[in-house]
Design a protein around this ligand. Sequence first.
Ligand SMILES: *[C@@H]1O[C@H](CO)[C@@H](O)[C@H](O)[C@H]1NC(C)=O
Ligand SMILES: *[C@@H]1O[C@H](CO)[C@@H](O)[C@H](O)[C@H]1NC(C)=O
Length: 444
Amino acid sequence: MTCDRNENRILNNNNHKSFFCFSLFVFFSSILKADPNWCRSPHLPNGEVSCRSPRGGAHRGLLGTRCEMTCDRGYRLLGRTSIQCLANRLWSGSAYCRRVRCHVLPLIPQGRYFCTQSFFVDSRCEFTCRPGYRIEGEHSRTCLHRGSWSGVQPECSDTDPPKIRCPPSRLKVAEPGKLTARVSWDPPAATDTADKYLNVVLVDQQPGSEFKEGLHVIRYKVYDQARNRAACKFIVRVEVRRCPELPPPLHGYLICSSDGNNYGAECEYLCDGGYERKGASSRVCQFNRSWSGGPAECVPMQFKFSVQTVGALLDQFYEKRRLLIMSAPNISDPDYQLQNIMIQKSDCGLDLRHVTVVELLGSPPRETGRIKENLLQPDVIEGLRQAFRISRFYFSLVLLDKLGIDRERFIVPVSSEELFSYIDSFLMEEEERERLVLHRDFCD
Ligand SMILES: *[C@@H]1O[C@H](CO)[C@@H](O)[C@H](O)[C@H]1NC(C)=O
Ligand SMILES: *[C@@H]1O[C@H](CO)[C@@H](O)[C@H](O)[C@H]1NC(C)=O
């Protein structure tokens, strides 16, 4: 027997058979509709299935049951969000929860990161930097449920300044005879947490160079690769040790080397014309700020005029005095008298120029020779006349230098200006001339 859907319409014709078919259909339908395992209970790993069955209640496999599929946090649903249990005992679709992943985070230069749950949702990745670097930006990024990272990549930047330590300050005494000192030191060591190669810059004078008297601040600067800066400084002090100023001798003067009274300077004692040194010729300024030796004196030169030979007389003047020999036939000679007038009151100027005047007058047996009031022996007078060819018969002037050599001869009287100008121009040494300039006013 077959039953079909048209059987209800033929109920009147074949009442018995129709009723039977109808009843069978209802019977099976109700059995089928009531089967709780008509479809296999839906299962969604990492997700949740919530179903509504036509009969209500907790049945999940009844024919016609509709289920909504949702995935757990961190999972994305692939497939149908809603399925129904069909008459063919199958669900109308399938679904599957796939774990959501964020992309692999790139590494950051000079840093690293650690993630709590790899690159899955809710994983928090903490960034750290190498020593010497600091995070710029957010310290962490979180994998969001849609699969993207929160925030932006941070950077590691070198913000730590390098460290530098200067050598200790130092005091150096200027070298003997100098106003400077050579000062050396080891360049400071610089370190940095991030960089190995640092740019250390010396701002001032180089080690090993000459430093002047006083304080010098030496500065070093150091830069790392990120141009972070550090600096240090120290002081170089140069001391010039000095002796007390040395007083010049009475009737004399000093010529000093270097700066006059610094450690190592040497002062030479020199005497004015007509004076000679008694004592050490020079003194040196010592490290303990005292002068070596003792002071020298300038004492008037002592000559012996009663000597018997011209040699014995001239030897005493050798390298000390110039001689101006003035000769005339007698004391009433007009040239002699004129000359006397012209160089009267010139004693000071003559002395300043280290000139001693020798007078030779008359002829034997009434011949005189003198240096100021000191009379000379007849042999000495004769010796001078012969040595320098000085005539007894006419007026003449002979000028001898300090070595006893006749340098100039006058046969007419000369003024003291003329005479001095000649001496200053032709007989003086440089030092003597300077000294003369210094004392020129002394005679006025
Ligand atoms: C300075 O030193 C010298 C030796 O170098 C010594 O003879 C002298 O006595 C010292 N003077 C003083 C004042 O200490
Ligand atoms: C002095 O010398 C001159 C020549 O220069 C001579 O004429 C005169 O007589 C001399 N007088 C005396 C006092 O000897």
